[in-house]
Design a binder for this molecule. Sequence first.
Ligand code: MN
Length: 202
Amino acid sequence: MYTLPNLPYEYDALEPVIDAETMKLHHTKHHQTYIDKLNVALESHPDLAAKTVEELISNLEAIPEAIRMAVRNHGGGHANHSLFWTLMAPVGSANYEGTSATKLIDENFGSLDEFKKQFSEQALSIFGSGWVWLVKGPDGQIAITKTSNQDSPLSTGAKPLLGLDVWEHAYYLKYQNRRADYLTAWFTIINWTRVSELIDKS
Ligand code: MN
């Protein structure tokens, strides 16, 4: 059985960028529902349920066709959200300067401002629900990509280094239709320490 991971901070820790009510609903309702539906899908597949969710979505071809879409959607939702919570930190708590993230972003995008610009363009261009990512591709190339629904970069062999949930449930209570404002604010709560750990492991 897959279970809901605790957040590494309190529900109100990301205020005022993300309000406590949004965090609580997002974690206890949305994320929990992906887990519940993943567990149902794998009820009669104990061999698969013994794997990590990242293993499952990294090899969707190995999932029986009858449950492949459920694992893709709900397993993706579980993996994406489990990662997402760790990618954020209270304002001012995670330094950017002098980290592996600084080096990677300078080398690949020239500057943090240019990275934010390109990341925002991708996020704003998502039609419907999805995620925008900074990934290391299977070829080792660093890129900004987007996925629809709860698809994970892991399913295409890429390693996520940073990801942003751009489903409306992630921001609608506070930002309504102002996705650009959500983005601008979200850049101030990125946990660069965690991003750097992922870069170092990639
Ligand atoms: Mn979400």
